[in-house]
Write a protein that binds this ligand. Structure first.
Ligand SMILES: [Zn+2]
Length: 216
């Protein structure tokens, strides 16, 4: 059994259902999260948003709207440090504070979690476990976080979706390689085609299940 299984980290939806999931990290972002929400509403589909705690604290109205529109939310640390450069105590504070900030903005418990940069090294997985969260990675990364990435690039990287797929997208960007990556327009524009591809494959777009946290 690998470390991800041991730590209760999921990347694929449970089997037995013709479903896939769109996930949006690093928000909420006042410039682009509303646009993502509009597109999802236009298509009548739901997604999961992994929110940076300090951003959720700054934009509680966006958090409310995400929930009101029927989406799921998870935490994505307090300030999105690169976990590989952090001590275990710092990561534990980051993950706990991030979860608390998202819960405060949501007014409800939040179990879903995605480690910054998908880090699954031991300090990160241990800090997540002690934070009582359910970590999720992804099966498909169209690398929409790369500066200069176009909608065509994003769609070209996900030509088809399969049952169980979890797609990593970004409605905000932390730690941008350049300011160019802060513009999320290409991702917003890719969402309708991704929805159509899921529908063409007979897949329902669903929120990630939070289940029971591995430990709390
Ligand atoms: Zn992130």
């Amino acid at each position: 059994m690998n470390r991800e299984r041991l730590a209760g980290i999921r990347s694929r939806l449970p089997g037995g259902r013709a479903a896939a999931a769109l996930t949006f990290d690093d928000g909420p972002d006042p410039r682009f999260t509303p646009a993502v929400l509009d597109v999802l509403a236009d298509h009548g589909v739901v997604a999961t948003f992994f929110l940076v705690g300090r951003r959720a604290e700054r934009h509680p109205g966006l958090v409310s709207r995400i929930l009101r529109d029927g989406h799921a939310i998870g935490s994505h640390s307090w300030s999105h440090p690169d976990p590989s450069g952090q001590s275990f105590p710092r990561l534990l504070r980051e993950y706990r504070r991030g979860r608390r900030a998202v819960e405060a903005a949501a007014g409800a418990p939040v179990r879903l979690f995605r480690p910054p940069m998908g880090d699954v090294a031991l300090p990160s997985t241990a800090a997540a476990a002690l934070s009582g969260v359910r970590p999720w990675l992804w099966t498909r990364d169209p690398r929409d976080w790369l500066p200069g990435r176009t909608t065509a690039d994003i769609l070209g990287a996900v030509p088809a979706l399969e049952a169980g797929d979890v797609v990593l997208l970004h409605d905000g960007i932390e730690l941008p390689v350049s300011d160019e990556a802060l513009d999320r327009s290409a991702t917003v524009a890719a969402v309708p085609a991704l929805v159509r591809r899921a529908e063409a494959a007979g897949l329902a777009l669903v929120t990630l299940p939070s289940g029971r946290a591995p430990r709390s």
